[in-house]
Design a protein around this ligand. Structure first.
Ligand SMILES: Cc1ncc(COP(=O)(O)O)c(C=O)c1O
Ligand SMILES: [Zn+2]
Length: 436
């Protein structure tokens, strides 16, 4: 039994114990059967203050070891991930001022420097592999539309754990390849993500293999809650609006957990959650819009569509059956936030503008998120004085096929005479016009 942390059932308050007890109980509360838990730490919260407001160089997620659910540092499997980069993108502030007359601060959190697979899933990968090692788990399974697949296969391979990754039929082939290149098992299921999850459930229960419980999995939540610590460490404040691309919703759930924790050190503000779905897979937006139109009737959180084979091209955000909607719905409503969609035919436009202005090449899920910033302005969701945090989960490295879509300044020639001279400055207006 750990004397550092324990899980408490969010539904009935039962003390479930540590990860070993949680796994033995079948990853659900032995008392009420629900599977949404809170990790509680016995460490003095003042220690958290010291870790956050450190002057030292922070090297990885494991800087926050005292507030992560692992007992023994010897079990850490790390590739130096989890140190966030937060940039202030003043060109986005200028745009808000010029176009909409509001003064806001815009920060962008990037994760493409993460050493393992260059997405924000690496932090769950390092925590997952370390926890599983500590618990002596030899086989594990995840269902994933892409980035989790990569991150978990990287880290579990490092830990020597066999991993089965269940992916939908149209998963990006580079994702399938990298799982398999690490020597882990890519199981491509002939159907959509919901179908892959179903096959994964059948396989793991038949063979008694431990599988992630998905977006509320404490492995994922405890890893991503550290974003809140990183905001405080790097910019010294909690944003008033948090924009993220939304698939299953681990992000907002984890941010809420981080904010619960920092209350112990006197931080009591919370952002409005503005979650962004791709237009061709936006069941949560549809549900939210319907609830709003009907003035949030009794039980509205349970009313959401289940999209079969959503035709989105942004595979990392292809959760058509959003089981976590009731949780996300409540978090969004309580915060005064919104769930919106971004027209996915415009992702390349957004990514081009960002690359032009910052030389950062963002991946498709990040382009949905960034598009959500422009959409939020258009819809009047951002207000004078807001401090906006845009969490870009992936760089272009994860999506070579998307990079190919970004070409726009190209001449194909057979002679030097066919080349058009150009002026880089003249390109800019067109890039802005495309996202306005
Ligand atoms: C880059 C990126 N952005 C956003 C998301 C959405 O994350 P979630 O909805 O689980 O918070 C994912 C993963 O699904 C992702 O890989
Ligand atoms: Zn319970």
């Amino acid at each position: 039994m750990s004397n550092k942390y324990h899980f408490v059932c969010k539904h009935c308050g039962h003390n479930i114990g540590d990860f070993k007890a949680w796994f033995e109980a079948g990853q659900k509360c032995p008392k009420c059967g629900k599977n949404f838990v809170d990790a509680k730490y016995d460490t003095n919260p003042e220690k958290l203050r010291d870790l956050i407001y450190t002057k030292d160089n922070v090297e990885s997620l494991w800087h926050y070891f005292d507030f992560l659910p692992l007992d023994n540092k010897e079990n850490i499997i790390s590739a130096g991930e989890g140190v966030s980069t937060i940039d202030r993108w003043t060109f986005l502030e200028d745009f808000a001022k010029k176009q909409y007359g509001i003064n806001i601060e815009v920060y962008v959190m990037r994760h493409n420097f993460s050493n393992a697979t260059r997405t924000f899933k690496d932090i769950a990968g390092t925590l997952g592999a370390s926890v599983l090692k500590e618990c002596g788990v030899k086989e594990y399974a995840v269902a994933s539309t892409g980035n989790t697949a990569n991150a978990f296969s990287h880290y579990l391979a490092k830990a020597g754990i066999n991993l089965y990754v269940f992916m939908p039929e149209d998963a990006v082939k580079e994702n399938i390849a990298s799982v398999s290149a690490y020597g882990e098992k890519a199981v491509v299921c002939k159907g959509d993500y919901a179908f892959a999850k179903k096959i994964a459930g059948e396989f793991t229960s038949k063979n008694n293999i431990l599988m992630t419980i998905g977006n509320t999995d404490p492995i994922r939540v405890e890893a991503k809650k550290t974003w809140v610590y990183e905001w405080l460490r790097l910019i010294g404040k909690i944003p008033t609006a948090y924009i993220q691309a939304l698939s299953g919703g681990t992000g907002p759930i984890a941010v809420e957990k981080g904010l619960d924790e920092v209350e112990a050190i006197g931080i009591h503000t919370r952002p409005r959650y503005i979650s962004v779905q791709p237009s061709l897979c936006d069941p949560m937006t549809q549900a939210w819009e319907k609830a709003k139109a009907n003035n949030f009737p009794e039980g509205w959180q349970q009313d959401f569509p289940k999209l079969q084979n959503p035709p989105t091209k942004v595979q990392t955000l292809a959760t058509g059956v959003p089981g976590t909607y009731p949780v996300i719905a409540d978090i969004t409503k309580k915060s005064g936030g919104e769930i919106i969609s971004f027209d996915e035919s415009k992702t390349a436009d957004v990514a081009r503008l960002i690359a032009y202005k910052t030389q950062e090449r963002i991946g498709p899920a990040s382009a949905i998120c960034m598009g959500g910033y422009f959409e939020s302005l258009k819809k009047g969701l951002l207000k004078d004085g807001d401090v906006v945090m845009v969490n870009l989960g992936e760089g272009i490295e994860r999506a070579p096929e998307f990079l190919a879509e970004l070409v726009y300044n190209e001449d194909r020639v057979s002679s030097a005479d066919e080349i058009h001279r150009f002026d880089r400055a003249a390109l800019e207006q067109e890039l802005w016009d495309a996202v306005k």
